[in-house]
Each structure stands twice: as C-alpha cells, then as structure tokens.
Design a protein around this ligand. Structure first.
Ligand code: ZN
Ligand code: ZN
Length: 304
C-alpha cells in the first residue's frame, strides 16, 4: 500500500511539474526583449499592445498539456546562434512536390506565393515534382509511404543555395513499423522536411485544406529559421498535437517570433503585412486578411 502511495505521489509530482502556466503580460514583454533602441516602425511591430493574445490554457490533449516545453525568448534565440538566411549563399526556400497532386489539392503555385509573402524578402523556388518509383529505396505500406526512407532520399537533393527545402506530398506518410501515420518529419540540420496533405480533408473542404497546408508549411519553415515552439502568445509557432489545435492557431507570428524572423530577413514590417493581405484577399481568405490589414496600418510609420 505504501509503495502504491509513493508511486501515486511520484506521478502526481510529475504531472504537476508538467503543468503549464500561461505567461503573464510581463513575461511576454520580457520574451520580446527591450525595444528601446529600435526605429519607430520596429517598435510598432514588436510592441504586443492589444493585438496579440496570450497563449490559451492548454486542454487535455493539447500540445502543452503533453509536452513540457520551456519556450524560447528573443534573447535565447540570439544565443542559439541561428543560421543567418543568405549566409553561405543559402538564399532560397525550395518547395519540392513529391508525387502527384490532384485537382482539388492545395495548389503549389499558391503555396509558393504564400511563403514568399510570409518570409519576404526571401525568394521561393518551386522545384519539378519528384515522382516516386516503386523500384526506389523508399518502402511503402499499401498507399502509405515511409517518411524516413523518403527523407533519406530528399536530404541528398537539398540544393547548395537552399536555406531550407520543404517537400510536400499528397501521399500519406508513416515513419516506421508500429506507427499509424505522421503529418510530417523534418531534419533541420540537413535543412529539409517533408509534409503530407493527405489528411487535411481536401474532399470535404478544399479551402480549409489549403489553409491547413499554409499554416503547417509556414510553421515548419519558421523552425528552419531557428524558431522553437512559442509558449508566450497564441501564435502560428505554438506546438500542435492535432488538426483541431492547428485550426485554432492563428495564421500570424506573435511579436517574439516576428522579431526572430526579422533578425534574419530584415523586412519592413508594414510591407510584409501588406504582402500577406494581398495574398489572402486574392485567394479568398477575406476574414483572415483583416487582422493583417489592421497590423499593416499600425506598423506603417510616417515621418512628419
Ligand atoms: Zn513545430
Ligand atoms: Zn510566437
């Protein structure tokens, strides 16, 4: 009985140690870092104000209820010595289709334009589709493709001028025996990843499937820029355990994550927001475009 009680207390302590506490407004401001010596447009871009919400309390199966992550402040990001985009000639994001894409699948040209707006001004190259041959070293299980084998093959093809190569496929992926499926896998040291849109519901709702593809591809590209999961704000860089959690996440980067990509990309904040507004309106995401339009206005600093 005593043993059982000890076990129970140990488990309880472990659960309590994992329990995530939503960071306070002060913690969130600290994560952004000092804005003292910044130009007015950058101050406006990184000041959380009222436009960014704190990360919500995680529900039972949400990412932060199951993963004890500590997050990454802007200063911690700098100390992690991230790869500077463009260094060593690595100045492109590559989008690499794998296999066939049916008519109602997220369009690759659309994803290219989206990434170009999101990671402005880094150019995006759309590579020729890689056709999977049954004779290759890539194992399959029925219609599913082994993602470990696929990534082994893809990492040999990462172009020398790629900051990252994002491969996308409509094939369902599994990482190995004993696994049901996986949405995607990445090897950031090898600058590549592969993501499947097979379970995004393209038959039921192609527009939602496209939005999911946009969220996942920009979240994963964010990791390629050295950004860890965000635990401060409700943000595109929040970890996700399910499609439901991805659907609830916003499409935008919070001030902490925005400051991290700005360190490498040096864009003009309102110009980048405006590019996203143009993209979203053009592709029928009128509702999603409103937040970005509001931010484009607020970060546009006119000198009088
Ligand atoms: Zn992630
Ligand atoms: Zn964030």
């Amino acid at each position: 009985m005593k043993k059982l009680l000890t076990l129970f207390l140990t488990l309880l302590t472990a659960v309590l140690a994992w329990a995530f506490t939503v960071p306070t407004e002060e913690d969130r401001a600290k994560a952004v870092g000092s804005l003292l010596h910044l130009t007015p447009d950058l101050k406006a871009a990184f000041d959380p104000g009222d436009d960014f919400r704190a990360i919500p309390e995680p529900g039972g199966f949400d990412w932060l209820a199951t993963h004890g992550e500590e997050g990454q402040t802007y200063q911690e990001f700098l100390r992690s010595n991230p790869n500077r985009p463009g260094a060593r000639g690595r100045k492109f994001i590559y989008l690499q289709p794998v296999g066939e894409f049916p008519e109602n699948a997220p369009r690759l040209e659309t994803l290219k334009s989206y990434l170009e707006a999101y990671f402005h001004p880094m150019p995006v190259k759309l590579s020729k589709p890689l056709i999977l041959k049954p004779t290759s070293k890539i194992q399959t299980r029925g219609e599913q493709v082994n993602s470990t084998d696929l990534l082994n093959a893809l990492q040999m093809r990462v172009p020398a001028d790629a900051h990252v190569m994002m491969a996308v496929t409509m094939k369902d992926l599994y990482p190995g025996p004993g696994w049901n499926f996986v949405f995607g896998v990445a090897r950031l040291k090898r600058r590549c990843g592969v993501f499947s849109f097979a379970r995004y519901g393209i038959e039921e709702d192609p527009k939602l499937a496209l939005l999911r593809a946009m969220k996942v591809i920009s979240h994963e590209t964010g990791h390629a820029f050295g950004i860890k999961h965000c635990i401060h704000f409700h943000c595109l860089m929040n970890g996700s355990n399910s499609l439901g959690e991805t659907d609830r996440a916003p499409l935008h980067f919070c001030p902490v994550c925005l400051r991290k990509i700005h360190w490498g990309l040096k864009f003009q904040p309102s110009g980048r927001y405006q590019k996203l507004v143009d993209f979203l309106k053009k592709n029928g995401f009128e509702e999603e475009s409103k937040w970005f339009a509001m931010r484009a206005g607020k970060t546009k600093v006119t000198i009088e």
